[in-house]
Design a protein around this ligand. Structure first.
Ligand SMILES: NC(=O)c1ccc[n+]([C@@H]2O[C@H](COP(=O)([O-])OP(=O)(O)OC[C@H]3O[C@@H](n4cnc5c(N)ncnc54)[C@H](OP(=O)(O)O)[C@@H]3O)[C@@H](O)[C@H]2O)c1
Length: 166
């Protein structure tokens, strides 16, 4: 099994504001979709509440400490990251498959030590938000730039997509 993280952050490490992603970048979302399609995706309850439905073509696993929390059809509810990873493994049926952690902050921090790949988008702006990621140190990882996207009429901000691997 390989565990991957995928997120987009601003220059000042913000990933969310008022329960939402603080930008609308359709091509960046396309990268997220292409990368995670067909894979199990693990998310915290607040990340789930941003869209409140299953992201299609993926096993959606929501983590909450509330055992009676109600989720939409097609979504699996578990109570810990370990349980979520175990469920993702059983879905894959293979130990070599990739499982994604898609947020939020505490799950990125908890999952990083077990992760072998991090897909990091850096959105070229500063955001005054409330979900702030730690500044992870990738200096011992192998980093490649996957994509550089300019601001345009559909994208208010430029962004760069990196892949960190170890
Ligand atoms: N830019 C990006 O790439 C990106 C990605 C993901 C999310 N976001 C944004 O980030 C924000 C949400 O992220 P967040 O960090 O605030 O919240 P989150 O991690 O999505 O959800 C937090 C909730 O997850 C559950 N949880 C957390 N740790 C747990 C643990 N160890 N065991 C069991 N349950 C646990 C708890 O749910 P209960 O309270 O129900 O127990 C907790 O309140 C939103 O604004 C979202 O749009 C951005």
């Amino acid at each position: 099994m390989s565990l991957s993280l995928i997120y987009a952050r601003s220059l000042n490490y913000c990933i969310g504001k008022d329960g939402r992603i603080p930008w609308h970048l359709p091509d960046e979302f396309g990268h997220f979709k292409r990368t995670t399609l067909g894979k199990p995706i693990i998310m915290g309850r607040k990340t789930y509440e941003d869209h409140q439905s299953a992201l299609p073509g993926r096993l959606n696993i929501v983590v909450s400490r509330q055992s009676n929390y109600s989720v939409a059809e097609g979504i699996e509810l578990v109570s810990s990251l370990a349980e979520a990873i175990a469920l993702g493994l059983s879905y894959n049926g293979s130990s070599s498959e990739e499982i994604f952690v898609i947020g939020g902050v505490s799950f990125f921090v908890e999952a990083l030590p077990q992760a072998s790949t991090v897909y990091e988008t850096i959105v070229q702006t500063n955001i005054d938000g409330d979900s702030i990621l730690s500044a992870f140190d990738f200096s011992d990882w192998t980093t490649s730039l996957l994509e550089e996207h300019a601001a345009d009429e559909r994208h208010a901000y430029a962004y760069k997509v990196y892949r960190h691997h170890r």
